[in-house]
Design a protein around this ligand. Sequence first.
Ligand code: SF4
Length: 219
Amino acid sequence: MAEPFAADSAGRQVMTGLAKLGIALKSRAWQEAGAQGLTPTQGQLLALLRLRRRRVSDLAEELGITAATASDAIGALVAKGLVAKVRSPQDGRSHLVELTPAGVREADRVAGWPDFLLDAVDVLSPAEQAALLRALLKMIRVLQERRQIPVARMCVSCRFFRPNVHPDPERPHHCTFVDAPFGDRQLRLECPDQEPAPVEQAERLWAAFAGSAALLEVH
Ligand code: SF4
């Protein structure tokens, strides 16, 4: 008889749980997008543009879709009056995509699509939420390194992040961008102010965050 509780079952159960959450998010995105006359991709583009304007190629990379797919979706959003293309101030030959005033309102609505999950997250204790966030950060970082997930603008790979530099266990980290301490529960997975740290610094930040290296200095 096969072993009913195999040694790797926890890993597989986590994977199954994450897959179920992914299905729930996808199905909610289709429902909400359909009700607002959008496709899920158009909705995701609006959510990204809510943070800041970007080039089409950057949007494609962040969503893990082809430039052609991103271009088609942007064209549809332009036709709906939700986004516009403007010349880049850095390079007059390239264009940036930005939200129109109607697009800002639509993007605010889109940003609420995953909120149904908040009720489920709220049943976790603050310590459980912090532990879950750390675990997600770890997984996303590995997938990012393997190029199996679009790049996320996370604290752990940000040049302004200083992990474990304060003695306060509630707020051990420091953000030099806003010059303020913060805790695990405030770690960002998508921050508009994030600037990627150079590879070597990113490695040191991760080691200090994961607790396998000495504390860094705040500045
Ligand atoms: S700028 Fe944003 S991503 Fe970077 S450390 Fe501060 S809060 Fe985190």
